[in-house]
Design a protein around this ligand. Sequence first.
Ligand SMILES: [Zn+2]
Length: 206
Amino acid sequence: MTFTREQLTEHIIHAGQFLYARGWSPATSSNYSARLSANQVLLTVSGKHKGQLVAEDILATDLQAQSLEPHKKPSAEALLHTQIYNWQPAIQAVLHTHSVNATVLSRIESAAAIEFTDYELQKAFAGISSHKQPLLVPIFDNDQDMPRLAQQVQQWLDAHPDCPGYLIRGHGLYTWGTSMQEALRHIEAFEFLLECELKVRACTAP
Ligand SMILES: [Zn+2]
């Protein structure tokens, strides 16, 4: 389905209200985007309160993360969004959040990836039909150098074409979908799994 810029802007504003209300986008953090066309995306501008977004807080960029509206500055992490749209043409929305669960779990897990198994909610991800099918989520070390971080992410994506999202250590979560609705479902599922995993580890710690 093709949406107008106005409709996609509404989708992003509503996503922000939902994610802020859940506590997953505190203190102007996070950024959200939606595909506008084959080679353009709509993205939140830098530094806005995510529960109070208005149409002015959204800008169009090309797939190299360059602003198409010179008076508006894209988020520093725009490149991490556009790389996902470049990676898979079917992706229509990318969401990045800074939840407590994503931040804490990615800090205490020192491995390069977390594997979720035996959680029924793994089935919330496209392509997973059983709790026995593991969900592998990579964790990249945080980096303020976005091209360098994007390069790390790209290597993983190229090797894992089914990857539904990733964590950045001590920072947050990236996930996406073939619609905004699917991307939001993925965020909720990730948050559920991250919280379960933290609780399981707390309960079973020696
Ligand atoms: Zn971030």
